[in-house]
Write a protein that binds this ligand. Structure first.
Ligand SMILES: Cc1ncc(COP(=O)(O)O)c(C=O)c1O
Length: 474
């Protein structure tokens, strides 16, 4: 058997069928090929290539994505995904590296991961970073497990069993806390949309393991009391956890480390413009202060002279939270984005995102109520309460206009909330169009808007049926 035969045992045969009515193509497997490796009968559907292409093209045209238009889904930071990052991620030496190929064969990939760890340390002002978790929520869970293990190792595991979380928080925060075995204590917001310090003071105790908070919060408001909050939590013996989902508002301006935080996660798929997908797969690296370094998930990428290697020897590590080294394709894109923008570029991203939000907020304030402080950071929450329209109807109207609606009914502390996040790459034309459409929505008659959307592949779903008649398994 020749080398060529061994690699390419199949031979393409073309011939007419026995009754000469059709032309058949099949691959002939030579006799020497082992029976155990032969494919049995195949029953492939017979369909023309152009029908398949047209079918999938039509389906792809029904999709709305960051590549087709603005995607102002508040809290999700749906950024345009730059194509240079995709190109770099598809370089064969990266995309085909085998996770078990060994450190010597993947020095380039390890270098990228090492540099990303270092850049994230500098951006967050944390002392050590693990790239392992594959999403923001996974990063949260990792952080919670680190806190839990820290108190277990230090003999306070059975005492510190509460995580404090503001009422404006994203749902994944209490979920992570509960999954980590903690009791969640909700902290109300004050009249300015910030943490109510009196309520925080009364909630803090020897049971407090941590306060989990994002700053700016989900209302787009920067909590200027953060240093005081850090002091209070630390003096009660707890940790301060930074939900890094809103990093787009602080890049290069401040950092969790500067604000007094002990742990943070990054949502690389939000802040660093990597694909978000339907809830992932993304990447949610976790950064910690010195005191918690030893508890991070492994491996951490380290450098010795010019050689990069994986270190799994952390004394108190919580173990692994993802397969191999995390979501490398996403890590690579985030590395490319940070390198391409540099520190000045990252600062500018924040400035543009904040400017875009406030420009839009200014226009919407003509007809919508904007609760709490007027100046927002990366996102704004407006309320349709008092306009005669439900947030849901406005969202359906926007869909009908070919626009992606904002997040609605979140945060829970604002009635009829529409949470809009215009990232830095949204143009002034798009901001004007969006504002105009949201204002026009208020003029559409009740009977007309209740029929919308009319121009989408799926029209308005029956919410009552969906809630009552749930199909939870298949
Ligand atoms: C404030 C906040 N925290 C946490 C998360 C969870 O992040 P991920 O979607 O990466 O799991 C989100 C997601 O949108 C968020 O907006």
């Amino acid at each position: 058997m020749s080398f060529h035969q061994a690699r390419y045992p199949e031979r393409l045969v073309k011939e007419y069928s026995s009754d000469n009515s059709s032309f058949i193509e099949y691959t002939e497997i030579p006799e020497w090929f082992p029976d155990s490796m032969r494919r049995g009968s195949l029953n492939l559907p017979q369909i023309a290539e152009y029908d398949v292409v047209r079918h999938f093209t039509r389906l792809s045209e029904m999709n709305y994505s960051v590549d087709t238009g603005v995607y102002p889904l508040g809290s999700c930071t749906m950024k345009f995904n730059p194509k240079y990052a995709d190109r770099i991620a598809s370089i064969q030496e990266f995309s085909e590296v085998h996770p078990l190929s060994g450190e010597d064969n993947m020095q380039g990939s390890l270098r990228i991961m090492y540099e990303l760890q270092e850049m994230l340390k500098s951006i967050s002002q944390m002392d050590e970073v693990s790239l392992q978790p594959p999403a923001g929520a996974q990063g949260e869970f990792t952080g919670i497990m680190i806190i839990r293990k820290f108190f277990e190792v230090n003999g306070e595991g059975s005492i510190r069993n509460e995580i404090l979380i503001p009422d404006s928080a994203h749902g994944t925060n209490p979920a992570s806390s509960a999954m980590g075995g903690f009791k969640t204590v909700e902290i109300p917001s004050n009249g300015d949309g910030m943490v109510d310090l009196g309520a925080l003071e009364s909630a803090l105790s020897e049971r407090t393991a941590a306060l989990m908070i994002t700053n700016p919060n989900t209302l787009g408001i920067f909590d200027s009391q953060i240093s005081e909050i850090a002091r209070m939590v630390h003096s009660a013996g707890g940790f301060l956890y930074y939900d890094g989902a809103n990093f787009n508002a602080i890049l290069g301006k401040t950092a969790p480390g500067k604000m007094g935080f002990d742990i943070t996660h990054f949502n690389l798929h939000k802040t660093f413009a990597t694909p978000h997908g339907g809830g992932g797969p993304g990447a949610g690296p976790v950064g910690v202060v010195k005191k918690l370094k030893d508890f991070l998930p492994v491996p951490i990428v380290r450098k010795n002279m010019e050689r990069y290697f994986l270190d799994s020897s952390l004394k108190n590590t919580i173990g692994k939270v993802a397969g191999f080294y995390g979501n490398f394709g996403i890590l690579l894109r985030a590395w490319a984005y940070i390198r391409r923008n540099g520190s000045d570029g990252l600062c500018e991203i924040t400035e543009r995102a904040v400017l875009n939000t406030n420009y839009l907020a200014g226009k919407l304030s003509q007809k919508y109520r904007i609760p709490y402080a007027k100046i927002k950071k990366h996102e704004v929450v407006v309320s349709s309460e008092g306009t005669g329209k439900r947030a849901l109807d406005i969202a359906k109207y926007l869909l009908d206009q070919g626009l992606h609606p904002p997040t609605i009914y979140f945060p829970l502390i604002v009635k009829e909330a529409l949470m809009i996040e215009m990232t830095e790459t949204v143009s002034r034309e798009d901001l004007d169009l969006y504002a105009e459409s949201m204002l026009k929505a208020l003029e559409v008659s009740e009977s007309e808007i209740s029929e919308m959307p009319r121009n989408t592949a799926v029209r308005r779903v029956d919410e009552v049926k969906a809630a009552r008649d749930q199909i939870l398994r298949w």
